[in-house]
Design a protein around this ligand. Structure first.
Ligand code: DC
Length: 232
């Protein structure tokens, strides 16, 4: 297949970006890149290597010195039919989907050095085309020339409930209240940070999926894509 297009999806956490992106990747045979997982990988590295300060927050200077020791990659898993994130050759999906790594990821994502490293890798991956990437700065910074850009939103109550059920299903010991507090904090940080804050690209289409089934979302996005790309 000779792809000529990329899709960029941005939005708050737990808006259903990754669920939609994964489903689209399967349907359209695109390569799915979860950029949040890359920030989570760096957070896991900082945590494991003890690169945290006295308040248990990532230490920018010490982390910056170690960035060359970090290799983040995606490998397609034929069983789950999706690409999974690897840290220095180790599959880490099961270690990064928790609230602790989520908030550490939010902290490391504020560091310019970390963003530079991951963004250049993301741009390189996207240059091959046929990529669907989700994150916070994909339509604005990483793939500003993506053929289709979505900015996803959903009702905060619905988002928190979705994330809560997702964590519960994974056997995590959390309360809905804790999830809501983390979510509000993370939303604030994502929008108000200095480096590449979450922002709707001028040419992005706002997509609110609060009351949509997965199949409805797929159909709508494919219809949008068909308006801009001939080959779909
Ligand atoms: O989407 P997520 O919850 O897995 O992302 C984890 C953190 O990484 C999130 O708080 C913001 C940050 N992030 C970012 O700054 N830029 C991206 N492109 C993706 C995620």
């Amino acid at each position: 297949l000779n792809f000529r297009y990329n899709i960029a999806i941005d939005g708050f956490s737990s808006c259903g970006k990754s669920t939609l992106a994964k489903a689209l990747a399967k349907r359209l045979r695109l390569r799915y890149i979860d950029t949040g997982a890359m920030y989570r990988a760096i957070a896991l590295f900082a945590c494991r290597e003890g690169l945290l300060d006295e308040n248990n927050q990532p230490d920018e200077l010490r982390l910056k010195k170690r960035l060359n020791d970090i290799d983040v990659d995606f490998v397609f898993n034929p069983v789950t039919q999706t690409s999974e994130v690897y840290l220095n050759g180790e599959p880490i999906e099961t270690h990064i989907r928790n609230l602790e790594i989520g908030s550490l990821a939010s902290e490391v994502s504020k560091f310019r050095s970390v963003r530079d490293k991951l963004q250049s890798l993301q741009k390189q991956i996207a240059s091959a085309k046929g990529v669907i990437m989700d994150g916070r700065d994909i339509g604005t910074v990483v793939i500003p020339d993506a053929e289709l850009k979505l900015f996803m939103t959903a009702d905060p109550e619905i988002r928190a409930t979705r994330r809560y059920l997702e964590l519960k299903e994974k056997g995590k010991d959390v309360t809905l209240e804790a999830v809501k507090i983390q979510q509000a904090k993370r939303d604030y940080q994502d929008v108000n940070r200095e480096e590449d804050p979450l922002k709707q690209a001028e040419d992005a289409i706002v997509f609110d999926n609060s009351d949509m089934s997965e199949e409805e979302q797929l159909q709508q996005v494919i219809a949008m894509l068909q308006r801009v790309v001939q080959e779909v």
